[in-house]
Design a protein around this ligand. Structure first.
Ligand code: NAD
Ligand code: DAU
Length: 341
């Protein structure tokens, strides 16, 4: 592994991964290949833009010719695929781009890997592919995929295609399935950056339903370190869960967040729930731990660290929240907040 194509590398987790890999491996070259959708942001990569081992190509993973040309031009041996439409609420409003990017786009990358004989294809997946998980159980990698939102279904479809290429063509693939990431550079549509930035502006925090849904909030750098471990020590054809083993109700997350910001609990508004909202995700992380990885942050530490980053980096999120975001926020929350108690 020497020349890595990081698709979706201008997004939240992708950019944190690029920073981590350039910092850790002095002999790796990274090419970020990204369409720069509303979620892609070159501000995330300002810290590495002058690094001679980093370059950026604007492109769509659905564009087969451009993917292949980029791989050949940069002598790529490994693809790590972060590119996806990633917000569950947007997938409920308009699933089209989710299917195009995650299903067709992942197929295009797999074909490029096959045709060019690349060393490795790694797919970034999610705990949402397992669907809602009843209390008392944690998903294992071999469990059936039972996605319930258009987003989760698009990601599960990609996982199935990756596995098919392993079985059928012997493609050197691995998959990681992460839980809810939080940390620097997360687009403020996702719950923790949305609530942190709303709280800074003393705006209400719209909690869906009773807020008793369970998530594993993990610090993004921990997730990036785990992906690195799987790239170097993972077994081909295998999937690895990456979580914390620590589940938390959304209400607990909100209370930690508000306390860390010294903001009052009366900013909380219970609003109409997300349709088909998965109540609980929980990952068994024994398999990735056996490779020698473990998370370095608790969920509480991750939330507090994230909140401080948003407090200290208004330059990054204020311009986002004043653009396309406003129309999205009105469509998603206007009626809900008007109807809230
Ligand atoms: P993000 O929305 O912040 O970034 C996605 C990036 O992909 C953006 O830079 C966007 O421009 C790019 N992109 C979208 N469509 C593209 C296309 N057709 N061609 C090229 N680039 C395209 O997402 P994120 O939160 O960083 O998630 C990254 C990956 O990790 C996704 O695959 C997601 O499913 C997965 N994941 C996310 C989480 C999480 O909590 N955020 C958890 C587990 C897994
Ligand atoms: O679990 C991994 C997944 O985590 C990733 O695959 C997705 O890409 C990522 O978006 C995230 O999905 P979630 O739907 O879990 O994240 P989100 O931040 O949208 O919501 C987290 C929880 O907070 C969820 O239970 C819904 C709730 N929520 C969310 C928003 C945006 C609210 O209560 N209010 C909100 O306004």
């Amino acid at each position: 592994m020497k020349n890595i194509l990081v698709t979706g590398g201008a997004g939240f987790i992708g950019s944190n991964f690029v920073i981590h890999m350039l910092d850790k491996y002095a002999d790796y070259n990274i090419v970020v290949y990204d369409k720069l959708t509303y979620a892609g942001n070159l501000d995330n990569l300002l810290g590495v833009q002058n690094n001679p081992r980093y370059s950026f190509v604007r492109g769509d993973i659905c564009d087969a010719q451009m993917v292949k040309d980029t791989c050949q031009e940069h002598d790529i041996d490994t693809i790590v695929n972060f590119a996806a439409e990633t917000h569950v609420d947007r997938s409920i409003m308009d699933p089209d781009a989710f299917v195009k990017t995650s299903v067709y786009g992942t197929y295009v990358l797999l074909e490029a890997t096959r045709e060019l004989g690349l060393e490795r294809f790694h797919q970034i997946s999610t705990d949402e592919v397992y669907g809602h998980i009843p209390a008392g159980y944690s998903s294992k990698e071999g469990d059936p995929l039972e996605p319930r939102s258009p987003y989760a279904a698009s990601k599960a479809s990609a996982d199935l295609m990756v596995n098919a290429y392993f079985v059928t063509y012997g493609l050197p693939v691995t998959i990681t399935r992460g839980s809810n990431n939080i940390g620097p550079y997360q687009y403020p549509e996702k719950v923790v950056p949305l609530f942190a930035t709303n709280a800074i502006d003393e705006e209400p925090l719209p909690v869906y339903g009773d807020g008793r849904q369970m998530r594993e909030y993990q610090y993004v750098v921990d997730h990036c370190e785990a992906i690195d471990v799987v790239l170097h020590k993972g077994v081909l054809g295998e999937a690895y869960n990456i979580g914390t083993g620590e589940e938390m109700e959304n209400m607990t997350m909100v209370e930690i967040l508000l306390d860390a910001m010294q903001m009052p609990r009366d900013l909380i508004r219970h609003v109409a729930d997300r349709p088909g909202h998965d109540r609980r995700y929980s990952l068994n992380i024994g398999k990735i731990k056996a490779l020698g990885w473990q998370p370095r942050h608790t969920a509480e530490e991750a939330i507090i660290k994230t909140v401080h980053w948003y407090k200290d980096n208004e330059w990054w999120w204020r311009k986002i929240k004043s653009g396309e975001f406003k129309a999205y926020y009105q469509a998603q929350y206007g009626e809900r907040l008007a109807d809230a108690e």
